[in-house]
Ligand binder design. Structure first.
Ligand code: 5AD
Ligand code: SF4
Length: 459
């Protein structure tokens, strides 16, 4: 009998990926995904610990779910309520204590054992808590990917982080760096392409630190993995995210020059422009080191566009430090970027620093930085008007007859076109640029090429 599974996901792409895999693990038990919690047989909150008040949001969501669980119990049914992800990892015991009606609390490394945890939850009263970092990898125990993930899909290749930036919880919640074996990744990528995926975004907390075991026992870098993936027939586009500047090796930079399937867009967070702050963040690179990497990347591929992450108001950040961040943004020029006010995360070294920056100063700096980034983004997009770009259409748009796709530079592109173009790469003449998207018309004669670069016209 089919049981309804509702998963609510917060946070990063890794969490989105994990949620899909949790659904895969639970499918053999008869759980099918549902888009509402009401009436669900199992609800999983897949949580994120990066933003402020993350745990409070989870507790308030749990409060709402408790009513639905009680309602279901009155009807003689059980709703299994589970909390997953990084809040579960960091604050598992507190969740069990404060929300005793929760059945399962599990961290990001243990969800391959969900069937056992669900069985236990049905047998026993009290919560099942599993926030271990098991010695064996979950990737060796997960079922094959359900496939059919769509035209553009994520593939987790690396997890965890050994960098220990002083503001970040990831090394504590996701654990040490781990790379999936390259042969496993290749096999999964081939299955995905056979199921219709045309773009793969390789996912990892520090993805360019990838060093996975190949079938012959050697170790492959991310660049080597990308080159092998590029040989898969039908895989038109490859991306990877998120990278650390320190691990951006020369062979990866060369891949940006030599592998046409590797898209000319890179998310390369720098966090700040002041060397003093970068040192306090334990970033292990200077602003000039970052500038030099960007120069090398652009020498390899002049068309490369950059995205980044920034934190303003890190403890001890002065006006002069912040001015260095603005200077770096001006030097680099981003296609888009994310910026955040520093928020102390319990357990991280920076959270106990004495010199916390006042909230109003953080807000002012954030506004100034976002204004600069927005202006760069608008200018970047405006530069495409009148140009023709290959767009991979991955879904229908919101309006009738509309399709949505992505340019090589990750811009969302809207066109009016028949739905059969979903899954293809077509040349689009860009007619209008907006802050967050482009609009255009598919050129007559649809371009569908394997790589999206050397396209042929077919009538
Ligand atoms: N405060 C503010 N921003 C943070 N990030 C990570 N931890 C914090 C924090 N404590 C930001 C970083 C990172 C992105 C995913 O979130 O910029 O790159
Ligand atoms: Fe966190 Fe990224 Fe730093 Fe790792 S490299 S500690 S994931 S910010």
């Amino acid at each position: 009998m089919s049981k309804k599974l509702f998963i609510k996901t917060w946070g990063c792409q890794m969490n989105v990926y994990d949620s899909a895999r949790m659904a895969d693990v639970l499918a053999p038990l008869g759980y099918t995904p549902s888009d509402e919690a009401d009436g669900a047989d199992m609800v999983i909150l897949n949580t994120c610990h990066i933003r402020e008040k993350a745990a409070e949001k989870v507790f308030s969501e749990l409060g709402r779910l408790r009513h639905l669980k009680d309602e279901k119990a009155r009807a003689g049914d059980k709703m299994v309520l589970a909390v997953a992800g990084c809040v579960a990892q960091a604050e598992g015991e507190e969740i069990v204590a404060r929300a005793p009606f929760v059945d399962i609390v599990f961290g990001p490394q243990t969800y391959h054992t969900l069937p056992e945890m669900v069985a236990k939850a049905h047998r026993a009263a009290g919560a099942v808590l599993n926030t271990d970092f098991p010695a064996e990898s979950k990737f060796d125990h997960l079922p094959e990917d359900s496939g059919g993930q769509g035209v553009s899909a994520f593939l987790a290749v690396q997890e965890g982080c050994d960098k220990f930036c002083t503001f970040c919880v990831v090394p504590y919640t996701r654990g040490a760096e781990f790379s999936r074996p390259a042969f496993q990744v290749l096999a999964e990528a081939k299955r995905m392409v056979a199921n219709g995926t045309r773009e793969i975004n390789l996912l990892g907390q520090n993805v360019n630190a990838y060093h996975g075991e190949a079938a012959d026992g050697s170790t492959w870098s991310l660049a080597r993995l990308i080159r092998e993936l590029a040989d898969i027939d039908g895989l038109a586009r490859i991306r990877y995210t998120t990278s650390h500047p320190r691990d951006l090796a020369d062979d990866l930079i060369r891949a940006h020059a030599e592998v046409p399937q590797l898209m000319p867009y890179l998310h390369l967070p720098v966090q700040a422009g002041s060397d003093r702050i970068l040192a306090a963040m334990n970033r292990k690179h200077t602003a000039d080191h970052y500038r030099a990497i960007v120069d090398k990347l652009r020498a390899a591929n002049p068309d490369l566009a950059l995205s980044g992450d920034f934190i303003v108001g890190f403890p001890g950040e002065s006006d002069a430090d912040f001015a260095e961040t603005l200077r770096l943004v001006n030097d680099v020029t981003y296609a888009q970027a994310y910026s955040f006010k520093y928020s102390p995360r319990p357990g991280t070294p920076a959270s106990t620093e004495a010199k916390q920056v006042p909230e109003d100063v953080k807000s002012e700096r954030l506004a100034a930085l976002q204004q600069l980034i927005d202006a760069q983004q608008v200018a970047f997009n405006a530069g495409f008007v009148g140009r023709t770009v290959p767009v991979l259409f991955d879904r229908p748009g919101k309006r009738p007859g509309q399709l949505m796709g992505r340019s090589p530079h990750m811009q969302s592109v809207y066109v009016q076109a028949p739905e059969r173009l979903v899954g293809t790469i077509a040349d689009v003449r860009i007619e209008a640029a907006h802050a967050n998207s482009l609009a255009g018309t598919v050129e007559t004669g649809v371009y569908v090429s394997r790589t999206g670069h050397s396209a042929e016209v077919s009538a």
